[in-house]
Design a protein. Sequence first.
Length: 472
Amino acid sequence: MDGSDIGIIGMGVMGQSFALNIESRGFTVSVYNRTESRTREFVEKRAKGKAVVPTYSLRDFVYSLKVPRKVLLMVKAGEAVDEFLRMLKELLEKNDIIIDGGNSYFKDTERRSDWMRREGIFYLGTGISGGEYGALHGPCIMPGGDKEAYQQVEEIFLKACAYTKDGPCCSYLGPGSAGHFVKMVHNGIEYALMEIIAESYHLMRDGLLMDIEDIQDTFEEWNKSELNSYLVEITGKILEKRDKVTEKPLVDLILDKAGQKGTGLWTSKVSLDLGVPVPTINGAVNARIISGFKEDRAKLSDKLRGPLIHNGREDKDNFISLLRRCCYICMLLSYAQGMHLLKVASEKFSYNLNLSEVARIWKGGCIIRARVLDTIKNIYVKEQNLPNLIFSDELTGILNEQISALRHILIKAVTWGIPVPAMSACLNYYDSYRAKILPANLIQAQRDYFGAHKYERVDKKGFFHTEWQKIG
Ligand code: NBP
């Protein structure tokens, strides 16, 4: 045998499933994991009888691969990746390829690409989305890095990824950290969409006082509409699930403290660094953070008063119809913010991203796959250089027609005292972006007052300072 087609390091949730997926497409896969027992269990159970080659030392792993070697890291992002790179660079040869398929921070990927280049090793920072199911049956693959190396792994990626009628959900995105940057923004948008769905659920539950079956039916119906998406689909399925012991809806037994692994926070931080407004993503990250203050919230719920409005007296059908439209534009605005961030990052980091390709590959396999991505893809096919999706005729048409639904829902949420940080961020984003005049003139005057920072005027060019007060 002349060696395995590819090797995967990391036999966790994603590594095992992706190994089985690739093997099922006719490739031989070597596997290695830090903890030996996990590899053993994998080859004895899930991978039994398959073209999966277990290895128990990194040296055996590397030597089991066809040259040039293709090594896919599917380990926890962070120090574990650096540890493996330190070890692999001693074993790999010139022109071998390392693919980091984890959720690595894009600046780490940039550093690692430079490092591996100096070692003569190709590096592909590659975002993979779709969770365990996607990894097994076809994820969305977002590769970036050395194009020459990508061409050598393309056959494997194209066979293993998801497909839509628009082709494979995998496309080379750009040099350096382009793949991991796009994956990070994918996750930022994912945070926003999840929060918008959660806020809708909250409004139905505590605003309309709907029972769980009714809410489940609503999400199922929504999934047949313009909201059709993976996240809306799974929300319906989640609400259906009962706890085996108590027979209560499982969602009611799940503690309301949201976890996070960092990709949403990174998206927010980078957006601030690059000066791109992504308030819905920020709102979603903050919503998860504040959910963590469970004990404080419990105490304050007894101390701080909400509105004295009785809920549940709403025309339900009308409200649900408005809420569906509200969700739709909030989702569109979330994608618009993420895409804007990608556009600015692409210019800043020379990724040369093709945004219609990004929208196209997100249509399948990944967590944010949604019908609306078809519209977004088509907008970018027509006009690649749009400063922001909201400039497109398609989006302005939809927003002008539907924005009143968002206003209506927010009025109700505020009246009922139900927090809607992502939805309200959407409306503020919309109203700020379309505002010819903002009160930033006053901010400029304040800055000049206390810090002599100068301001520009509307009636003449230049920078001006006013003696607002007598100092000394
Ligand atoms: P798991 O938690 O299932 O597995 C983590 C893997 O990392 C195991 O193989 C573990 O080895 C290894 N590892 C850790 Br933890 N620390 C290590 C260290 N210091 N040195 C060497 N190996 C170490 O993670 P997963 O869900 O498969 O995720 C893998 C990557 O894929 C992550 O970057 C994740 O963010 C990304 N990702 C996950 C999903 C998802 O839905 N789960 C989706 C998309 C991307 P061990 O067995 O010896 O502990």
